[in-house]
Design a protein around this ligand. Sequence first.
Ligand code: BEZ
Length: 245
Amino acid sequence: MFKQLIRSGVRTPAAAPRLARFISFDAAKQPRIRLGSEAPNFDVDTTEGKINFHNWIGDKWAILFSHPADFTPVCTTELGAFSKLKPEFDKRGVKLIGLSTEGVPSHKEWIKDIEEVVTNGAKFEFPIIADEKLEVSYLYDMLTEADFQQIAKKPVFTVRSVFVIDPAKKVRLIMTYPASTGRNTAEVLRVVDALQKADAKSIATPVNWTEGEDVIIPPTVSDEAAKEKFGDFNKVKPYLRFTKA
Ligand code: BEZ
């Protein structure tokens, strides 16, 4: 895929030097990240300076999302769209951080393009991790099987991973898309709303739920407890009860 991008004229400025910096990637030592796992911490350089990931998250929620490479078309549209939605993420107490496998100078050049063609001149609003050594990509397993097998041998891209991390630094939701499929910003906002609503009200959310719609009373809550906690509810089946939240 990397060669295809070079042939198609896609700029990948830091691709060649990257090979020299590969560390050892041992599948057996790779963290197993499950929902509820502590998000692996790391120190890294970004377009907004060096960070320690956990310190950077602080007491906010965070979305860490990977991008296969700089100056690639799908990523350009995604990063610009997420940047434009920063006020929506701010409202929810969520910090965004992108990742791509090139260096800060390359990312900064790319951001100029994103500001030119997607944000209509508005400033790009969040940091992008310079994961030249693929250390974060390895830690979070942001790679296809084939690329993981080749990681020490040739330049590889990440997939499009999304990790939603809560203020306790727990991984709360994971989405993984192939490089060819751009993510859906509305879905990322929707799942943040659903997670935060579930935390605040001890409820679950039904298919395609969006803020303002009825929620589901979990089966672990008795009718009596539901009445006390939620007041009125709609009992469609003993196990399917809707209420307002
Ligand atoms: C893109 O972001 O456009 C892209 C990256 C890698 C492969 C295919 C598309």
